[in-house]
Design a protein around this ligand. Structure first.
Ligand SMILES: *Cc1c(COP(=O)(O)O)cnc(C)c1O
Length: 366
């Protein structure tokens, strides 16, 4: 007799997959505590909210929603190509850059391969690796960041891909242009390097890596960027990957034809030209970072210097308790014990008054 066993039916990699732990939604805490005025600093979202230009464009797009989106994202690719001096056929659009990170793994990696990433790196890397049954190789971090020498040493003849987040989430650590270019020069050409630049826009212009320019020299390099952070479109899901055209061609065959919807396409087209909003995002972030760093310094709380839109603070052995007490005070931050950082909490940079709410709640607890 046969019995139904869903777990046995599932692919090996999926059976023991731990679901992605998202930041706690505001509505959920409202329901649980019956309070309002909740401050969410848990998912590195843009505290400015949707720009007025994007809002207007979305209104205009509504009437066309009975139609399928443009499956090739012609206008968005054209804008990205023009802005960054790349070719449209180097671009793969994604339902958020997470979609691209998953797509690259699905396109190039199978269960005989190894995928290298760093300890404390973005959890999506081990997730997508495990889901396809490949072996994840987590290389111990150095000063909370990527140890590129050790990552090179971890390459074997089974290695198919290396994920690098720069800046990294949840640590905010950053690799310089020199460090990265020396690394790329040493990676074998048959190993793909995925450089995840989700926080690129927050890095000062002088420090930004010329990652798109490197593509001409390194056809095994893929660079991902997102509209979820500095461009403020997290809820719409818009991201992209830039690579060698043949790599992009393969990924575009494997992706869902309508992985970006009409609203996210239109919003991204408008957002990419909205320099005022981007500048404001960066300025608000810099000011908020100073505010949080000053708080940490005042109380002698160690933190990991961050190049992103968040600060990961070492609050101590009772980080889990502090997280819960902050929730009671209506402030949602992000526990990072799942990233092997059990003494830290990650705090996204908010508006000045949101950062202040976090600081006040913390000062009550300290
Ligand atoms: C936030 C983040 C992303 C972006 O995810 P989206 O799917 O584009 O919203 C990608 N990589 C890292 C490291 C991130 O922190």
């Amino acid at each position: 007799m046969t019995t139904f066993d869903a777990k046995q039916l599932a692919n090996v990699g999926v059976r023991n997959l731990q679901p992605y732990q998202a930041g706690k939604p505001i509505e959920e805490l409202e329901r649980e505590l019956g309070i309002s005025d909740i401050v969410k600093l848990a998912s590195n979202e843009n505290p400015l909210g949707l720009s007025s230009k994007v809002r207007a464009a979305l209104q205009d797009t509504l009437s066309g929603l009975a139609r399928y989106p443009d499956a090739n994202g012609f206008y968005l690719k054209a804008k990205l190509a023009k802005k960054f001096g790349i070719a449209a056929n180097q671009i793969t659009l994604g339902n958020g850059s997470n979609d691209c990170l998953e797509l690259v793994a699905r396109t190039f990696v199978n269960d005989s391969h190894e995928v290298i990433f760093s300890q404390h790196a973005f959890v999506v890397y081990p997730l997508v690796t495990q889901a396809i049954g490949a072996k994840g190789v987590a290389v111990p971090a150095k000063d909370y960041g990527h140890d590129l020498e050790a990552m090179l040493a971890a390459i074997t003849d089974k290695t198919r891909m290396i994920f690098i987040a720069n800046p990294n989430n949840p640590t905010g650590t950053f690799l310089t242009t020199d460090e990265l270019s020396a690394f790329l020069a040493k990676v074998p050409a048959n190993v793909l390097v995925v450089l995840d630049e989700a926080y690129y826009e927050y890095v000062s212009e002088a420090e930004r890596a010329p990652s798109f320019e490197w593509l001409a020299q390194y056809p095994n390099l893929l660079v991902s960027r997102t509209f979820s952070k500095a461009y403020g479109l997290a809820g719409l899901r818009a991201g992209y990957m830039v690579s060698h055209p043949e790599v992009a061609d393969l990924m575009n065959r494997a992706r869902q034809p309508f992985n970006m919807n009409s609203l996210s396409l239109r919003a991204a087209e408008v957002a990419i030209d909205d320099d005022d909003y981007l500048q404001q995002s960066v300025a608000v972030n810099a000011a908020g970072m100073e505010q949080l760093v000053a708080f940490c310094d005042k109380h002698g709380l160690p933190y990991i210097p961050s190049h992103g839109n968040f600060l990961t603070i070492e609050v101590g052995d009772n980080a889990g308790e502090i997280y819960q007490q902050l929730l009671q005070a209506g402030v949602i931050v992000r526990p990072v014990a799942g990233y092997e950082l059990p003494r830290h909490l990650r705090v996204s940079i908010g508006l000045p008054e949101e950062n202040e709410a976090f600081i006040r709640a913390m000062e009550q607890l300290l």
